[in-house]
Write a protein that binds this ligand. Structure first.
Ligand code: ZN
Length: 236
């Protein structure tokens, strides 16, 4: 956008907004950019597509900072879940206070809870951070279809994947560039279909396109299934 174009947008909104309270997406549709500091209405977050407050954007940036600390230079396996947990302190890379996902996931990858090199009395957080470092060291990374938590019962998983899957696939191709993608959970089947339907040079999914079980859920055999799939591409 040219500087003159930007001024045009701003002046246009100042005139129009009191008269025509049009939805933000229509304002965007006529070419006003997101980098206008005077814009007082919420814009769609580029992580989840939902109109976002300043607090929402701040939380998104915080999550990105947390995960970037543990991002491998070369990603071997990119695990993909639907969306991060609602509470920021439960974010996987925080590291998560809630262990519902964190522990079974890392246990299945045989990244031990009592990591070596942790000073006695250093605390649970130091031990969890050491586990995340080992996760990173092995070339693993965890990403989401929606980079922000979704409101409860906001939409079916298939809708989220249809809405945000193409953006995720672009991130996979041009940003993450993993050797393998491993969607986590049955709800991710539509994503596998999307990945399969891609262009030539398409993205390899773990376990021949099967989704992996969500760690800690489902049948008792989930851990064996999970370990077998990971070991098939990342033997230790
Ligand atoms: Zn968001």
């Amino acid at each position: 956008m040219t500087p003159s174009g930007s001024r045009g947008c701003k002046s246009g909104q100042r005139k129009l907004l009191p008269l025509f309270p049009v939805p933000h997406y229509l304002i965007l549709a006529v070419g006003c950019g997101v980098n206008m500091p005077t814009l007082a209405i919420s814009l769609p977050c580029d992580g989840c597509g939902i109109p976002a407050s300043a607090e929402h954007i701040a939380e998104r940036v915080r999550r990105l900072e947390l995960s970037t600390r543990f991002r491998p230079i070369h990603i071997g396996i990119l695990f993909v879940a639907l969306a991060p947990p609602v509470r920021p302190e439960d974010d996987f890379y925080a590291p998560a206070q809630s262990k519902e996902f964190f522990d079974p996931f890392l246990n299945a990858l045989e990244i031990p809870a009592a990591a070596e090199g942790i000073a006695p009395g250093a605390g649970a957080n130091a031990a969890d951070t050491a586990r995340l470092m080992e996760f990173q060291h092995r070339g693993h990374y965890l990403a989401y279809v929606s980079e922000c938590p979704l409101p409860e019962n906001y939409e079916p998983a298939s809708t989220t994947i249809a809405r945000l899957g193409p953006t995720l696939i672009r991130r996979i191709r041009f940003n993450y560039r993993p050797k393998y993608v491993a969607p986590l959970g049955k709800e991710m089947l539509p994503l596998v279909e999307m990945l399969r339907g891609g262009e030539p040079g398409n993205i390899q999914t773990l376990d021949q396109g099967l989704v992996l079980p969500t760690p800690g859920t489902g049948s008792r055999e989930w851990a064996a299934l999970f370990q077998r799939a990971v070991a098939s591409v990342a033997p230790r």
